[in-house]
Design a protein around this ligand. Structure first.
Ligand SMILES: NC(=O)c1ccc[n+]([C@@H]2O[C@H](COP(=O)([O-])OP(=O)(O)OC[C@H]3O[C@@H](n4cnc5c(N)ncnc54)[C@H](O)[C@@H]3O)[C@@H](O)[C@H]2O)c1
Length: 374
């Protein structure tokens, strides 16, 4: 993530320093940046001159002291609160009083990271999506103590880099990693219940739902070490809310070391010559699968709005620009009609009698008041 973010800032004309305490990782970051710029030149997205000037804007260092003159530092090191806090503590001693300190964390609380600082008012979340050079979305997350000006300045700066920014309350998973949970968890539940097999669920979400990838293909691509841990973190940070409960079938893959594409095996087998299972292309079953997953995504998007994590338009923007959803979920809810959304959710809640399927109060409110999200 670090080299991608560096490329974005350097392309916008900033002088960028990339710091890593591991020499091999630093070399890898430099190679990644170079090969990414070469590819862009070959595709004629940038000129050779631009390639040279972007590269000239970036320096690589393994000396933390070199960061002392920076105006903004975006931390993208290992996802571990203690490690992040200790590196930030060192940094705070080195940098100028005006330096803004940001974290690219996917799942840790910005407020808890900021607690390590003498001056937590200058700490914020600036959360890019993978790969940062291609994905337009950036979530800006002020912590409880963050100065409002830091938030607005960071938003304008990242906007000026050609990104789409949304301001998000510091809550587990922010927007995208929270609202997207049912895409995986409801698909896993459908599979665990034996309603459909893996290729059929993926087929339904792509063919009928218009999603670019099916949930199992996407989990395999992200890697179960990352995707499962994000689910588990969101679940624990929400005090074990059953809505976010991880699935055992995914945990078993992780325990077996079947991490997905990167290890050659996950829900699918990626070894050469492996025969891929075929979906059962039953339109009625496909529609049932798609509706169930979509309705749970809408329920989470509505709850995210209800709890004022972000605005309706920012929630929809985040899902379309951060994870390529074919449509904003709240807009989708309006198109389906609130009666229909309530009917589908009520059917799930009545059948399972589990708290996991409780209906967002905002959906109930809109139903009673006959209101739309937009
Ligand atoms: N990978 C993603 O899809 C993604 C997306 C959004 C945000 N993030 C977040 O970005 C951060 C980095 O993720 P990544 O996937 O690029 O991880 P990564 O493991 O590829 O890179 C982390 C880098 O941090 C370096 N590092 C570790 N400890 C360090 C220390 N004490 N001092 C200096 N450098 C240190 C490592 O050498 C490594 O090069 C995490 O917080 C993650 O949650 C990741």
């Amino acid at each position: 993530m670090g080299s991608g973010i560096a490329q974005v800032a350097a392309t916008a004309g900033h002088q960028v320093l990339v710091y890593d305490n591991n020499h091999a990782a630093l070399q890898k970051a430099e190679n990644n940046l170079k090969s990414s710029l070469v590819k862009l030149t070959e595709k004629q997205k940038i000129t050779t001159e631009q390639q040279k000037s972007i590269l000239a804007n970036v320096r690589f260092t393994s000396n933390l002291q070199d960061l002392s003159e920076c105006e903004l530092i975006i931390e993208a090191i290992v996802e571990n609160l203690d490690v992040k806090k200790s590196v930030f503590k060192e940094l705070e001693k080195l940098v100028k009083d005006t330096c803004v300190l940001a974290s690219n964390t996917s799942s840790l609380s910005i407020t808890s990271i900021a607690a390590a600082f003498e001056k937590p008012s200058r700490v914020t979340g600036i959360h890019f999506f993978n790969p940062p050079t291609l994905m337009p979305l950036v979530e800006i997350i002020p912590g409880v103590a963050t100065d409002l000006k830091i938030t607005t300045d960071c938003k304008s700066l990242v906007d000026s880099w050609g990104k789409v920014t949304v301001v998000v309350k510091d809550t587990p998973g922010f927007i995208v990693n929270r609202v997207a949970r049912p895409f995986y968890s409801e698909a896993l539940r459908i599979y665990e219940e034996g309603i459909a097999d893996i290729p059929t669920i993926d087929w339904a979400m792509k063919e009928i739902g218009g999603f670019k990838m099916g949930p199992f293909e996407l989990m395999d691509l992200i890697g179960h070490d990352v995707n499962y841990i994000v689910t588990e973190t969101v679940w624990t940070q929400f005090y074990y809310d059953p809505k976010f409960k991880p699935a055992l079938s995914q945990k078993r893959l992780l325990e077996a070391g079947f991490l997905g594409r990167k290890s050659g095996k996950g829900f699918y087998n990626y070894t050469e010559g492996a025969i891929q299972p075929e979906p059962l292309k039953d339109k009625q079953l496909g529609q049932q699968i798609f509706t169930r997953i979509l309705i749970m995504l809408i329920n989470e998007a509505a709850d995210t709005l209800y709890l004022k994590v972000a605005s309706a338009s920012d929630i929809d923007l985040a899902m379309t620009k951060g994870v390529n959803y074919p449509k904003g979920l709240l807009k989708w809810a309006d198109e389906l009609g609130i009666e229909n959304v309530v009917k589908q959710l009520t059917a799930l809640k009545d059948f399972y009698e589990e708290d996991r399927y409780r209906i967002s109060p905002l959906i109930k409110q809109n139903f009673i008041l006959k209101k739309t999200f937009y």
